[in-house]
Design a protein around this ligand. Structure first.
Ligand SMILES: [Zn+2]
Length: 510
């Protein structure tokens, strides 16, 4: 095991002292060795010639595991077998004694993907495990594991591997397999793999398949799409300068050129991370190649820590599994972070302290009648656009109340299947004009997409399904005022009373 010393040490100790748990929870990013560790553990607990906790790798049992034919090691992929069937099957068979080994070991990979009934069935088993059973639950998303399950497991956290650990492991592999690789090529691969040894191994294998046993920097640069390196830096610039149009064009060009979006995104996250390290003072820009260091220094200086953290989070959480070729998720992340990113130096900018007029709008959860009377009672507050007839007010109120449910119902709609993603957190129902529902979008990007004839007609159809009314849809731009901070209410008794009654501030003017 590479780079997981704390995990290995604890497990070895448990093996040596014979304190083996019945259930383990292995948490950590993909490619960090969770499943491999599970298999090693399966060998170690069953090995006929176990030395100091380590499996011998030559007895019958070790060999059977290595060759993937061990009857007493059952691997279940939670991602593809989400259903109850496998767990039920497991429950039925678990009480039978192991075939040849001492312990029956069950590895459930991506366990967070199991459905609720499957989790419940698993829980029953974990509550009273037979003495011969060991469970290893592996997950990349530990927060999705029900507490009832997690609390019955001994938890191990697998770390992302450092670039140097990956590089040295790659060097070992090259030596063993007779691959002649430039040191710099291995560094490039390690950088691309962002902490996942499995990704690094796959990339190396891919290079050998294409270029044979001589792996050079040029091969690596070409194969890994690092010719797009400058575009990664360009995109970071666009993010920093909030140039959404240029950023969107760049993402589209990268995709058109057939560059693997996942790898491109990886590289972007890695680059932003470098900026973060430099910005936080944890790393010196001089640690990077000379030509890059000036640029990194400059960009890092232009960005706030909060902004960088936000950008990294947004791009790092993109899950390309559903559709590796869709640019939409990257586009959304770009727009989201360009709009939310605060530039360095603007972080301390204070909102205006004493507004002249304040517009207040009733909370959507209010009953329509009381909402109207509340705003009416507060004389100094501008009436919201509800100078509309009470009928209409009630109707728009109903739409607002059910809006999040409606957005959920839009999942899977449209050619990309992501209409819900375009709507969620991006707009709100503003008003009704006759039978036309006016949607206020905070950002032009989403407004433009949803306003397109394809999405608009799909929305109108769904509105009819959900609300039973044949609404038309009009999408307008209604940016949220970012500077609205509710500290004004403290100084203005009318506003504060309105807020107390459930109103919310939507706009302030100086
Ligand atoms: Zn053995």
């Amino acid at each position: 095991m590479v780079g997981q010393e704390p995990v290995v040490r604890t497990l070895l100790n448990a093996l040596i002292t014979g304190r083996i748990a019945h259930a383990y929870l292995f948490c950590g990013p993909r490619g960090t060795g969770k499943t491999s560790t599970g298999r090693i553990l399966a060998k170690a607990v069953n090995c006929l010639d176990n030395r100091e906790g380590e499996p011998c790798n030559s007895c019958n049992i070790c060999q059977a595991v290595n060759e993937g034919r061990a009857l007493d090691l059952v691997e279940i992929d939670g991602a593809s077998n989400r259903g109850i069937e496998e767990i039920r099957d497991l429950k039925e068979k678990i009480n039978f004694a192991p075939n040849t080994a001492r312990y029956k070991v069950y590895i459930i990979d991506e366990v967070h993907m199991l459905t609720e009934p499957a989790f419940n069935a698993l829980l029953k088993t974990l509550e009273e495990p037979p003495p011969h059973a060991i469970f290893i639950l592996a997950t990349t998303e530990s927060h999705k594991i029900p507490l009832t399950i997690a609390s019955r497991c001994q938890r191990f956290d697998f770390r992302r591997l450092s670039q140097s650990a990956i590089t040295s492991k790659l060097r070992d592999i090259c030596e063993k397999e007779g691959i002649r690789a430039d040191a710099q090529a291995l560094v490039l691969i390690a950088r691309m793999a962002t902490g996942s040894l499995r990704d690094a191994e796959n990339l190396l294998e891919q290079l050998v398949l294409h270029y044979g046993l001589d792996v050079t920097v040029d091969h690596a640069t070409e194969e890994l799409g690092l010719t797009s390196d400058h575009r990664v830096r360009e995109l970071a610039h666009h993010i920093a300068s909030k140039d959404i149009a240029a950023g969107l064009a760049l993402i589209s060009a990268v995709s058109t050129d057939g560059i693997d979006l996942r790898q491109f995104n990886h590289a972007l996250v890695e680059y932003l991370r470098n900026l973060l390290m430099v910005r936080a003072g944890a790393q010196d820009a001089g640690d990077f190649a000379a030509e890059a260091s000036a640029e990194i220094n400059e960009l890092a200086g232009n960005l706030s820590l909060a902004g960088l953290a936000k950008a990294i989070r947004l791009f790092a959480q993109i899950d390309f599994r559903a559709d590796p070729h869709s640019t939409l998720l990257m586009e959304l992340a770009l727009v989201d972070c360009a709009l939310n990113m605060e530039m360095a130096g603007t972080e301390t900018k204070k909102p205006p302290t004493r507004p002249r007029t304040v517009s207040v709008e009733p909370e959507p959860v209010c009953e329509p009648a009381c909402a109207v009377s509340k705003t009416a009672e507060a004389p100094d507050i501008q009436a919201p656009p509800q100078s509309q007839p009470a009928q209409v007010v009630r109707e728009i109120q109903r739409i607002r109340e059910q809006w999040s449910g409606f957005v959920d119902a839009c999942r899977g709609i449209g050619s990309s299947g992501k209409l819900d993603a375009l709507l969620r957190g991006a707009c709100e129902p503003l008003s009704l004009e006759g039978d036309t529902l006016v949607l206020g979008f905070y950002w032009e990007f989403q407004r433009g997409k949803v306003e397109s004839p394809e999405y608009r007609s799909l929305m109108e159809k769904k509105l009819q399904d959900v609300f039973g009314v044949p609404y038309h849809v009009r999408c307008v731009l209604a940016p949220k005022n970012k500077n609205v901070k509710s500290n004004t209410h403290a100084s203005n008794p009318v506003v504060s009373e309105a807020l107390r009654m459930g109103a919310r501030i939507i706009e302030e003017e100086e």
